[in-house]
Design a binder for this molecule. Structure first.
Ligand SMILES: Cc1ncc(C[n+]2csc(CCOP(=O)(O)OP(=O)(O)O)c2C)c(N)n1
Ligand code: SF4
Length: 351
């Protein structure tokens, strides 16, 4: 993974979180992505979200596949655990890691090529299994790392930098995640930190599979007028349906919310998610309604952003499988290996 070490000098009076850590403690190495790449804004938003959530960096597992997007975990949370898997295989690594150690917070970062093309099968099975993780796609509608081919999320008719029109219907990852049963589904834009940071915080705290599709323009290969994943297109067509404000359990709750257009969801750890309806006719608790709404608005070129669906009672992998409440690495040897007599009894029962 290419990176540059960051200079260690920083202002001695940087604000600290409840762990006594500064924002600098959540940074990674200096990015080697192109200047202006949307992915770097996503890294910055993740740094801010984890700092504000008071997450101990060493309790986080960062997972990725292959692509410029999948390089980004190097650029945030340096002290966290990290695994950069092969192209499209991040969801399986995440599932295995979450099965073995349920105590870590898992953040998977992928690209539209990594998820919607080679990794599509892996993606939908991670949703089906209800892996407790934030699965984030940095969606630029192109294969940035391999120099600008169309990805499976590029819109039909959208043009490549070389002027060629894409003949294929795109895969909408948000609609797929909704259909596969993801409990938390959102879309955002890398240039909208105000919207993205609270969504990231809520998704990280969410006790199940949380998916965020972040439109993250590739300034080198796909940021021209004919691209629907360019800065200018998203700025013109962004239609936020919902604003979210995440309040962690430890923080004093001071916001006053008028009834009617605002909803508060209490998550399992007592943290709160305040939702503010921006589109009057939008209901974030209705999975089928969300799919219809997305399809209706796709036709006029709108890009709907915000928290698109929320299931306050998600089905999570460990609950489905009835596994031990403790992480495998914390179990004593005697529980992990009940001994030869037990094995003989199991074998005998199978004869
Ligand atoms: C098995 C395999 N096939 C193809 C490649 C080549 N490859 C590397 S990155 C990439 C696409 C990355 O695109 P995306 O996930 O959208 O990320 P971006 O670079 O745009 O952020 C491809 C096809 C590879 N590394 N491995
Ligand atoms: S090629 Fe595109 S996606 Fe890759 S770093 Fe450059 S701007 Fe970002």
């Amino acid at each position: 993974m290419s990176y540059l070490p960051k200079p260690k000098i920083h202002h001695p009076q940087l604000p600290k979180n409840t762990l006594g850590l500064t924002r600098r403690d959540y940074e990674g190495s200096l990015s080697t992505l192109c200047a202006g790449c949307g992915h770097d804004s996503v890294s910055a938003a993740l740094i801010q979200a984890c700092f504000e959530l008071d997450l101990p960096p060493h309790r986080v597992g960062k997972l990725s596949g292959i692509g410029c997007s999948s390089k980004t975990p190097t650029y945030f949370l340096g002290p966290a655990h990290g695994f950069n898997s092969v192209h499209g295989r991040m969801p399986s690594i995440a599932s295995g890691a979450a099965a073995a150690n349920r105590d870590l917070v898992y953040i998977g970062v992928s690209g539209d090529g990594d998820t919607a093309s080679i990794g599509l099968g892996q993606f939908i099975h991670a949703i089906r299994r209800g892996v407790n993780m934030l699965y984030l796609v940095e969606n630029n509608g192109t294969y940035g790392l391999t120099k600008g081919q169309f990805s499976a999320t590029a819109d039909v008719g959208s043009k490549s930098k070389a002027g060629k029109a894409n003949p294929y219907t795109p895969i909408d990852l948000v609609q797929l995640a909704l259909q596969m049963g993801a409990g938390f589904v959102a879309r955002s834009f890398s240039g909208d930190k105000e919207q993205l940071v609270p969504l990231l915080k809520a998704a990280i705290a969410y006790p199940g599979f949380a998916f965020i599709d972040v439109i993250s323009p590739c300034v080198t290969f796909n940021n021209h007028e004919a691209s629907t994943k360019s800065y200018s297109h998203i700025r013109r067509h962004d239609r936020p349906v919902m604003a979210a404000d995440f309040v962690p359990l430890a923080q004093e709750i001071t916001a006053a919310y008028a009834p009617g257009d605002r909803h508060t969801v209490t998550l399992h750890d007592g943290s709160m998610l305040h939702l503010k309806k921006l589109a009057e006719d939008y209901d974030p608790y209705d999975r089928i309604g969300a799919m219809n709404y997305l399809q209706r608005h796709q036709a006029d070129g709108s890009v709907l952003t915000g928290l698109l669906y929320l299931d306050a009672e998600p089905t999570e992998m460990h609950a489905m499988l009835g596994t031990d409440a403790a992480a495998l690495n914390s179990l004593p040897h005697a529980s992990l290996c009940p001994g030869a007599a037990q094995l003989d009894a199991i074998n005998a029962a199978l004869r």
